[in-house]
Design a protein around this ligand. Structure first.
Ligand code: FES
Length: 151
C-alpha cells in the first residue's frame, strides 16, 4: 500500500497531509498506525515527531483503529439548533457508544464534526462519503439499519 501511495507524491514536506489522508482512507480501520508514521518519516526524511505533531493538530486524523463506517455528526450552530443533541442521543443509544468510540463489532465509529456545508438540510451527518440531511430520530434508525444489513 505505501509503495503505491508514495509513487504518487514527491518526497516533500508539502505532501505530508495528502499522503496521510490517503493512508488513512486506504487502511481498513481508517487510522494512521505507528508503522505508517515510520514509513512516511522515512520517505519524507522528516522526524516522526513532526508527523505526530500534524496528526494531533488536525482532528480528521486518527491514531487509533476505527470502525468500518465512520459516522460524523455535525455540531455547528445551524445543525445544533435544529436538533443535533437529539440525533446524538439516538445514535449513542442505537450503537451503544460514546463520542469517539467504536462499536464492539467494529462496524461503526461515532464522531462529531464541524459544518459539512449543507446547513439548509440541518441536522446533518455523514457516514463515510455519504451525506444524510433533515435527520429525525426515525430516519437515523433506518439509516443505521441499512448499514448494519450491509455488513
Ligand atoms: S452547520 Fe451542519 S452542515 Fe452546516
Amino acid at each position: 500500500m505505501y509503495k503505491e501511495i508514495f509513487s504518487k507524491y514527491e518526497p516533500t514536506k508539502d505532501n505530508l497531509i495528502y499522503i496521510l489522508h490517503e493512508i488513512q482512507d486506504k487502511h481498513p480501520q481508517h487510522y494512521i498506525s505507528e508503522d505508517a508514521v515510520d514509513k512516511v518519516a522515512e520517505y519524507l526524511k522528516v522526524p516522526a515527531n513532526h508527523i505526530y505533531g500534524v496528526l494531533t493538530f488536525y482532528t480528521m486524523y486518527s491514531t487509533t483503529p476505527r470502525g468500518k463506517n465512520i459516522i460524523r455528526l455535525c455540531e455547528s450552530p445551524p445543525c445544533y439548533i435544529k436538533g443535533t443533541v437529539n440525533i446524538l442521543r439516538k445514535l449513542k443509544a442505537l450503537l451503544d457508544v460514546e463520542i469517539g468510540e467504536t462499536t464492539k463489532d467494529g462496524h461503526f465509529t461515532l464522531e462529531l464534526c464541524a459544518c459539512l456545508g449543507v446547513c439548509g438540510n440541518a441536522p446533518v451527518m455523514m457516514i463515510n462519503e455519504d451525506v444524510y440531511g433533515d435527520l429525525t430520530e426515525e430516519k437515523v434508525e433506518d439509516i443505521i439499519e441499512k448499514y448494519r444489513r450491509a455488513k
